[in-house]
Ligand binder design. Structure first.
Ligand code: ZN
Length: 426
C-alpha cells in the first residue's frame, strides 16, 4: 500500500492543563505521547502542525450557545457564585479548572483543522491525540469531556463527504457522538465498549440502532470485562468489513481511546498495545481519508506507548520495542519496553457463545442497511475556514465576535435553548 500523507497536530500547551489533583484524566499523557513520537523520530515521517484554536462559534456549530458561553466565562474563582454549574453537569467528573476554555479550544481546533485538511485533500490521515472527547453533549459536559470535538469535526467533513463512518474503540460507549447523529444516515456510528453493571455511561446496548432516517446507522458492540486481543479482533474485523461494504463511507473518523488497554486505571479489558494497534492498522487498510483521535486512557505510561505505536503504524515506520531515551524515561521503568505485559489481568467474561451471538446480531443489523444512502445537497455550507486564515490565529477569548462573518448571528443572552433537542440536523 502506498504511504499515506499524515498530518499530525500538537500544541505544546495542551499537556499543561490540570483537571485537579486526584482526577484520573491527566492531559500530561499528551506530553508523554508526543515525547515518544518525537524520540522515535516519527515527526520526520509526517507534517507536524501547531493546530488552529477553535473559537466560540466553531464550538456552537454543535453545542448550545449558553453552554459554550458558560465554558468561556467560568473560572475556579467564580464558581462559588455560579448557580448554573449543575445545569451544565460541571463539578465533579467534569471540574472547572484554570484554562478550561483554552484546553477545549486546543483539542477541538486540532480535530477541526484535521477535518479541513482532509476535505481539501492535502493529507490522507490527520492525527490529533488530544481529541476524541466523545461524551460531551450539546448542552452539557459529561465523562471528563466538555466540547465534543468529534461532532464538530464530523460536521465539517459532511460538507465534502456524503457518508462518514465513526468508529470508537474506547472502553466507554461513544454516547455523545451517537446521540448527535442518531437521526441521520449520513453518519454511521460504531462503538465497541464495556456494557453492563452500570459501567459509565450506561448506554450502548445492541438494540440502540438509531431512529427515523438514522435507523440502523448506529451500531453498538457491548462487551463484558476482560476481553482479550483475539476475542476483540474476531469481532472488530468482520464487523468493520461488513460496515464498510454495506455503508461505503467516503471518510472514517477513528476514536482510539486507550482505556480499553489492560491495566488501565479505570478500565477492565485486557487488550495489549499491539492488539489495540491492530484495530488502527485494520481501519487503515480501507484506504479512506481518516481522522484519528485520542480519547480515554488513564494509565498514562501505557497511553503514551499505545498512541506512539499507533502513530508509527499510520506512517508505516517500524520502531524498536525498546523505548528510546526521552525526557520522561522513568515512566517506562522497569521494562523500558514499548510492549509491556499488560494483558490478562482480569478474568475474561466474554464466552465464545456470547461473542458469536453479538457478532451475529450486529452483522444481521448491518444487512438491514438499504444500500449506501446518497445525498442531494441543496446547499453546501461554505468552508468555515480556509487553510490560510488558520495561520492567523484568532483570539480564543472572543475577539472573533467582531468578525463581520458573524454579524447578526452572535449569541444573544436571552436566547432560549431547547435542551430536548440534542440531535444535529444534517
Ligand atoms: Zn473511555
Amino acid at each position: 500500500m502506498a504511504k499515506k500523507r499524515v498530518a499530525y497536530f500538537y500544541d505544546e500547551d495542551v499537556g499543561n492543563f490540570h483537571y485537579g489533583p486526584n482526577h484520573p484524566m491527566k492531559p500530561h499523557r499528551l506530553t508523554l505521547t508526543h515525547n515518544l513520537v518525537f524520540n522515535y523520530a516519527l515527526h520526520k515521517k509526517m507534517e507536524v502542525y501547531k493546530p488552529y484554536r477553535a473559537t466560540y462559534h466553531d464550538m456552537c456549530r454543535f453545542h448550545s450557545s449558553d453552554y459554550i458561553q458558560f465554558l468561556r466565562r467560568v473560572t475556579p474563582q467564580n464558581t462559588g457564585q455560579n448557580k448554573t454549574l449543575n445545569n451544565f453537569n460541571v463539578g465533579e467528573d467534569c471540574p472547572v479548572f484554570s484554562g478550561l476554555f483554552d484546553f477545549c479550544s486546543i483539542y477541538t481546533g486540532a480535530s477541526l483543522e484535521g477535518a479541513v485538511r482532509l476535505n481539501q485533500g492535502v493529507c490522507d490521515i490527520a492525527v490529533n491525540w488530544a481529541g476524541g472527547l466523545h461524551h460531551a453533549k450539546k448542552c452539557e459536559a459529561s465523562g471528563f469531556c466538555y466540547v465534543n470535538d468529534i461532532v464538530v469535526a464530523i460536521l465539517e467533513l459532511l460538507k465534502y463527504h456524503n457518508r462518514v463512518l465513526y468508529i470508537d474503540i474506547d472502553i466507554h460507549h461513544g454516547d455523545g457522538v451517537q446521540e448527535a447523529f442518531y437521526l441521520t444516515d449520513r453518519v454511521m456510528t460504531l462503538s465497541f465498549h464495556k456494557y453492563g453493571n452500570q459501567f459509565f455511561p450506561g448506554t450502548g446496548d445492541m438494540f440502540e440502532l438509531g431512529v427515523e432516517n438514522g435507523r440502523y446507522y448506529s451500531l453498538n458492540v457491548p462487551l463484558r470485562d476482560g476481553i482479550d486481543d483475539q476475542g476483540y479482533a474476531n469481532l472488530f474485523k468482520p464487523i468493520m468489513q461488513s460496515v464498510v461494504n454495506h455503508y461505503q463511507p467516503s471518510c472514517i473518523v477513528l476514536q482510539c481511546g486507550a482505556d480499553s488497554l489492560g491495566c488501565d486505571r479505570l478500565g477492565c479489558f485486557n487488550l495489549s498495545i499491539k492488539g489495540h494497534g491492530e484495530c488502527v492498522q485494520f481501519v487503515k487498510t480501507f484506504n479512506l481519508p481518516m481522522l484519528v483521535l485520542g480519547g480515554g486512557g488513564y494509565t498514562i505510561k501505557n497511553v503514551a506507548r499505545c498512541w506512539a505505536y499507533e502513530t508509527s503504524l499510520l506512517v508505516d515506520q517500524e520502531i524498536s520495542s525498546d523505548i528510546p531515551y526521552n525526557d520522561y524515561l522513568e515512566y517506562f521503568a522497569p521494562d523500558f519496553s514499548l510492549y509491556p505485559d499488560i494483558a490478562a489481568r482480569i478474568e475474561n467474561q466474554n464466552t465464545k457463545q456470547y461473542l458469536d451471538h453479538i457478532k451475529h446480531t450486529v452483522i444481521e443489523n448491518i444487512k438491514c442497511l438499504t444500500g449506501a444512502p446518497s445525498v442531494q445537497m441543496q446547499e453546501v455550507p461554505p468552508d468555515f475556514m480556509c487553510l490560510e486564515s488558520m495561520e492567523e490565529q484568532e483570539d480564543p477569548d472572543g475577539r472573533q465576535e467582531d468578525d463581520p462573518r458573524f454579524e447578526g448571528e452572535f449569541y444573544d443572552g436571552d436566547h432560549d435553548v431547547d435542551k430536548e433537542d440534542a440531535y444535529v440536523e444534517v
